[in-house]
Design a binder for this molecule. Structure first.
Ligand code: ADP
Ligand code: MG
Length: 261
């Protein structure tokens, strides 16, 4: 999938993150263009979640190193709440509000943060839940929904904020195998629609199919970065080869995931 490079949305320049003296990210540099789908893969503990959490300012990077449309996201004058609306995140564990219905989960942000009227938010929320195949679950509470359905509500909720960039942190890792496909289909549709996305995943077939670029992380660093065909057919580093062979040989249990290559 070759797309013309859009404008630069996000520039990460030598990102380091230390927790209690432990350097978890050791200098990550990554540029994200509008419309790009970047899949981030790598072993557990390599820093993938920390990278996404720094991008979304759920963690604070050690220095000023992330720029959104050229603006330093750690600058005092940077509007963090506006930024968070533009950079939506979808978590492995869905993180829905348990006492709100599917539709309320989706409309809450637009009504409270974007000051959209309840009526307009409901209309759009209904349309978004239809889009993710949950038009018949508007009034359902999260505990009555399957994991795959809950994750699709979470995606609709992220979309309701009209994000410019979506961050997915292993969106299918908590799901039973039969539900992985329905969530990947929704993400695949978003990729086709031109949404800019950073997707941490262990679904190798999916990563190969939808991504414009694969970023392979190990031990707090980007070890390899290339187009998916190159990465999956001719990885350059021993570390990537080893990771891929483990995933292919042992399947999902090795690093969690589902699809075979
Ligand atoms: P991945 O998502 O690739 O599995 P993480 O980003 O979750 O990796 O974690 C990378 C490393 O950082 C791990 O060793 C983890 O224990 C550590 N880590 C992550 N978050 C914290 C935290 N809040 N405090 C201390 N250590 C953390
Ligand atoms: Mg993680």
């Amino acid at each position: 999938m070759i797309k013309p490079a859009g404008e630069i949305i996000l520039k990460i320049d030598d990102l380091k993150k230390t927790f209690d003296g432990l350097e978890v990210l050791k200098g990550i540099s990554l540029t994200v263009h509008s419309g790009e789908v970047i899949c981030i893969i790598g072993p557990s503990g390599s820093g993938k979640s920390t990278l996404l959490r720094c991008v979304n300012l759920l963690e604070t990077p050690d220095s000023h190193c992330i720029f959104y449309h050229g603006e330093d996201i750690l600058d005092k004058s940077f509007n963090v709440s506006a930024y968070r609306k533009k950079a939506g995140m979808v978590f492995q564990s869905f993180n829905l509000f348990p006492l709100k219905t599917a539709l309320e989960n989706v409309t809450m942000g637009p009504v409270t943060l974007n000051k959209l009227s309840k009526h307009a938010a409901k209309e759009e929320g209904t349309q978004l839940l239809n889009q993710v195949g949950l038009g018949d679950k508007l009034d359902a509470y999260p505990h009555t929904l399957s994991g795959g359905q809950q994750q699709r509500v979470a995606i609709a909720r992220a979309l309701a904020m009209h994000p410019e960039l979506l961050l997915f942190d292993e969106p299918t890792s908590a799901l039973d195998p039969e539900m992985i496909g329905e969530v990947l289909n929704v993400i695949r549709d978003l990729a086709r629609s031109g949404m800019t996305m950073l997707v941490v995943t262990h679904e190798m077939g999916f990563a190969r199919e939808v991504s414009d670029r694969i970023v392979f992380m190990d031990n707090g660093l980007i070890v390899e970065e290339s187009d998916p065909e190159t990465f999956f057919t001719a990885p350059e580093t021993d570390r990537a080869r080893e990771f891929l062979s483990k995933i292919i040989r042992h399947g999902p249990s090795e690093e969690r995931g589902g699809e075979e290559l």
